[in-house]
Write a protein that binds this ligand. Sequence first.
Ligand code: CO
Length: 192
Amino acid sequence: MSLTWRRWSRRCAISAGVERAGSAAATGTCRPTQNLTTQVKLTILTPAPRTRLRGRMLSLIDHVGVAVADIDSALALYRDALGMELVHRETVAEQGVDAALLDVGDGHVELLQPLGPETAVGKFLARRGPGLHHVAYRVADIDAVLTALAAAGLRLIDESPRVGIRGSRVAFLHPASTGGVLTEIVQPAEDH
Ligand code: CO
């Protein structure tokens, strides 16, 4: 290996046969001044395109929604047997449910009892029986996140946020574009 090669190699911060991420070639300083017999493969790693929000859109799994036929019966499992603290109950007319929130660390389980058979959860229960209904991710700015998700090609059930439990703002994504999982994003009210 010639002296010229070693200088060039050192300047390029690479050695023969070893790929390194670097920007030397991009700056135009990584050209040999003499013919070199050693084959060098220089790979420039380019970061994946990033949206402004990517990587910090979803801060936490806020809750899992569970469809139940009767909240009081379900509390025997979630509160009494599993030991979760019941922190809130509410009828959420806009979603057609009686709902209960139980604490699990910083997240919750959200029990959903339909107000009638024609509601979304009522139809879900008739079709699939009780069980996991949706996963909800917490966001800080639901309007910005909805815009970003639509731009990413996801199918929105809610084009704009609606009222959720405990004064939150929520929006649902269609399971057809989220791998079969009904997905909710939720921005909690200021005091939660
Ligand atoms: Co929910």
